[in-house]
Write a protein that binds this ligand. Structure first.
Ligand SMILES: [Zn+2]
Length: 301
């Protein structure tokens, strides 16, 4: 009996040691990302842009019913008057979506996922008009769609990233970074705090966030007199954002190394902006929120 206890204690110690070695560096890394957030006035400057996007729409590459709510893998598409498109996030192809969904079926009793098509399929001919790509962060469920995207699009589109997103990687973002490095996308890295205007796409700005991943980025788009704020995975649901609810110890410390303090600050900042009359925060994975945001679903014209 004593021998068994000794072995168990030894095993537990070994597991803890591995956890510390694996998890401490990414936690320290994400905590170093503390860029200044823009003022409301700075954000609203995007609304003054001439020739801003004429429409902002969305589609889902896959959706999955959870015990509560429905998880969506959302792609946002902004169109300018000359037909050029900018997409925010790329979702996954069928195989990657199935693999991701299976994980949630195992750990969260989620239902089977519904695959709607990868980004290039759902955009059909209009994929050739995509000239800009932005990613809310480099987790695989937002990036893997770059593979079929590039097969359909070929060269000609640019990936816009903050320096944090381009340079700081951890165990969960390295795979995406490698996919992007091998992809058809050219790259432009924007540096600094506050709103970084994306040149060539008036009305579009990027804000470095951190919190969820070192490269987590807010995309702000002025369209129809409204500022649409795409917050990625700072929260998984709009309700969590509005109630200032974190993701819990297991998620934020063991599964995804988050800076929980920064994430809290971002939740409160975004909830306050969402309450402004001319701003709407859209939470990528929350199907009910995206459906109810007022944005129209993407359909090739
Ligand atoms: Zn995600």
């Amino acid at each position: 009996m004593r021998g068994v206890l000794k072995v168990s204690a030894g095993l537990l110690l070994a597991v803890l040691l591995v956890a510390v070695v694996v998890l401490v560096p990414p936690h320290r890394q994400v905590r170093r990302v503390q860029p200044a957030l823009p003022s409301d006035a700075e954000l609203r400057q995007l609304l003054q842009a001439e020739n801003g996007p004429v429409s902002v729409r969305y589609f889902y590459t896959s959706t999955q019913k959870l015990e509560q709510g429905e998880l969506a893998h959302t792609v946002f598409v902004a169109r300018w008057a000359d037909g050029r498109l900018f997409v925010i996030d790329l979702g996954m192809d069928r195989a990657a979506a199935a693999e991701f969904a299976e994980l949630l079926q195992t750990v969260m009793q989620a239902e089977e996922a519904q695959f709607h098509g990868h980004a290039a399929e759902l955009m059909s001919d209009t994929v050739g008009r995509v000239e800009g790509v932005g990613l809310t962060h480099l987790h695989i469920d937002h990036t893997q769609g770059v593979v079929p995207f590039c097969e359909a699009r070929g060269p000609g589109a640019t990936l816009y990233q903050t320096s944090f997103q381009a340079e700081l990687h951890n165990l969960h973002t390295e795979e995406s970074a490698a996919l992007l490095a091998a992809s058809c996308l050219e790259r432009e890295v924007l540096d600094g705090g506050g709103v970084q205007a994306v040149s060539g796409f008036p009305g579009l700005g990027m804000v470095a966030l951190g919190g969820h991943t070192p490269g987590s980025t807010l995309f702000a788009l002025a369209s129809g007199g409204r500022l649409w704020l795409f917050s990625g995975d700072i929260t998984n649901t709009k309700a969590d954002l509005l109630a200032d609810r974190g993701k819990g110890f297991v998620y934020s410390y063991l599964l995804v190394p988050e800076d929980t303090e920064r994430a809290g600050l971002l939740r409160r900042w975004l909830a306050r902006l969402d309450a402004e009359e001319d701003m709407t925060v859209v939470v990528s994975h929350d199907r009910a929120d995206v459906d109810g945001s007022g944005l129209a679903e993407y359909g090739p014209p």
